[in-house]
Design a protein around this ligand. Structure first.
Ligand code: GLY
Length: 346
């Protein structure tokens, strides 16, 4: 009888030992899976139906625009700058580039004007700043940061946001400053498509495909802090006062101590699924990786063609994925990862 007890005790101890070793192995695996990169940056210039027939010179312009923005982020982070500085500077650069739907180059509303949204979030403090419906702020991401750092609030809209921009000495421009010929032509096509759709609703809502485009960035700095920022002109032909996902903290923009995420795509769908926060919450509650959590959202929550996300986690992993045909995107980290891409199979 005594022998049986001893055998049972030894077997129990060895099981505990194996369990302990397995735990350590899992910990090591998690650490090894991660790059443990000192810094990381990811950015996007919009997702959606991006034709592979894009003429070579236009394609080249997009790659150059993404490359320029990526270099700005890399430089800030390599030199020890903060994740907040990196995402603000990257997004400012993309806002000033007329190729992308944010700042200059923003899409037109139904009335033929521009209404811009932006947000920024500091993952180390959960502080955030956001604005919607501004019509004269040249770089909305900078106003979002001023709101975060200088006001008692998080989210400003319309005229109030513009009054605050003056108080904070953030540059304002005429609304026409955001206009480009290409976006104007897009509005004309969208107006034609909407009127065909109204006359023939059997075309289905997928017929209206002017839903995409935004810019955003996510970064990890050498102090281990994460930040995300997003900026957009919204959706071509949008109705007066329409607010998209971008300035809704947790929908288009989110950062905490696990990951920083910026979304692009169909704002209404991104909002319905509180998308950026859902990715971070999935990581926290299930222990899944950033890649797995983003896959969960893209495949289990969103519909094909809805959206794309760029993100970095606390280990410096860069994850950029979408369920759209393409996403203008770029990313890099200190561990040697570097990518500038538009379509999936690049
Ligand atoms: N994702 C940008 C928007 O829908 O406004």
């Amino acid at each position: 009888m005594k022998r049986i007890w001893i055998v049972a005790l030894v077997s129990l101890l060895s099981t505990a030992l194996i369990a302990c070793e397995t735990d350590n192995a899992n910990d090591q695996e998690t650490e090894m899976d991660a790059n443990n990169s000192e810094w990381a940056i990811a950015l996007h210039g919009g997702a959606g139906v991006i034709s592979r027939d894009l003429p070579e010179d236009e394609r080249q312009q997009y790659y150059e625009g993404l490359e320029e923005a990526l270099r700005i982020g890399e430089e800030v982070l390599r030199n020890g700058g903060s994740a907040l500085d990196a995402v603000e500077q990257v997004v400012r650069n993309l806002e000033d580039n007329p190729l992308f739907n944010a700042g200059r180059g923003s899409v037109f509303t139904h009335e033929g004007t521009h209404e811009l949204d932006a947000a920024i979030m500091d993952g180390s403090t959960l502080e955030a700043g956001a604005l919607t419906g501004v019509t004269t702020v040249r770089n909305p991401v900078t106003l979002a940061r001023k709101i975060m750092e200088n006001s008692r609030h998080i989210f400003f809209s319309g005229n109030g946001a513009e009054v605050y921009a003056d108080e904070m000495e953030v540059e304002r421009v005429e609304n026409e400053w955001f206009s480009t010929e290409r976006r104007y032509q897009q509005l004309q096509r969208a107006l034609e498509e909407s009127s065909s759709y109204l006359q023939n609703p059997e075309l289905g809502k997928d017929y209206l495909h002017f839903k995409y485009g935004t810019v955003g960035a996510a970064a990890l700095d050498q102090n281990g802090n994460l930040a995300a920022a997003t900026s957009t002109g919204g959706m071509t032909n949008k109705m007066y006062g329409r607010v998209g996902d971008v300035p809704i903290i947790g929908s288009g923009t989110y950062a905490n101590d696990l990951a920083a995420i910026s979304a692009t795509g169909w704002g209404e769908q991104i909002m319905r699924n509180v998308s950026a926060h859902t990715i971070a919450a999935h990581m926290e509650f299930t222990g899944s990786s950033l890649q797995e959590s983003m896959q969960f959202l893209l495949t289990e929550r969103l519909n094909p063609g809805d959206a794309g996300f760029i993100s970095v986690d606390r280990y410096g992993n860069v994850v950029m994925d979408m369920n759209t045909e393409g996403m203008f995107r770029a990313g890099a980290n200190a561990a040697g990862f570097r990518e500038v891409a538009i379509w999936e199979d690049e």
